[in-house]
Write a protein that binds this ligand. Sequence first.
Ligand code: FES
Length: 219
Amino acid sequence: MSVTDPQPPAPDPRSDAAQEALHDRIAADSLTTRRDYLRIVATVSGGLAVGGVAVASGILHRHGDSEGAPEAKRIADQLLPGESLAFRYPGSEDRAVAVRLEDGTLAGYSAVCTHLACGVLWRKDRGSEGELYCPCHEGVFDARTGEVTAGPPPRGLPKVVLVEETDGSVWAIGTARSGESAREGLCRQLGDDRPELADRLGCPGASARGAAGERSERT
Ligand code: FES
């Protein structure tokens, strides 16, 4: 599964048919049921599509270990182009912001500035498609990538991975560090814990980790 546009003749993994096939394959998984899964029509954060992937809210449900995938959280019934939403994720004290760009892209970030931890705000009317702004020292972050475009912040904003359900609801399902893609963040968090889901996401080395886990369980 790729985050880039596929080349012919391979089917587009974001096409309806490809997504439906993936849903059917996942639904057939004996470990869970179709009801357990978020049926994602788009998985976009920081401008990178995870790529027609259905991610299980139940599978992602984890508490405790900060390296593990956090619990999926419904943050909005819908988010329209140009709108933003302040929410808390992954913990109740973790300030975050979700924005829907005019082209429909969903982007989620930590709202804690990487300079001196002031709150980051969404400014819809700045830049070509809005920007994330820290008023403390004029820090500015790219709305699509979270990277620093102005001011003293030393690195980009950590991402909150957002997905949209078929009913339009928006969910936070994971996080990614500064400079990490949404997929890289999810893969790291799933890690050795859920190799089968990591494999579905196309995480590098997931199959090998899963096989190693199965071998160790047999011994
Ligand atoms: Fe955000 Fe200084 S705290 S720019």
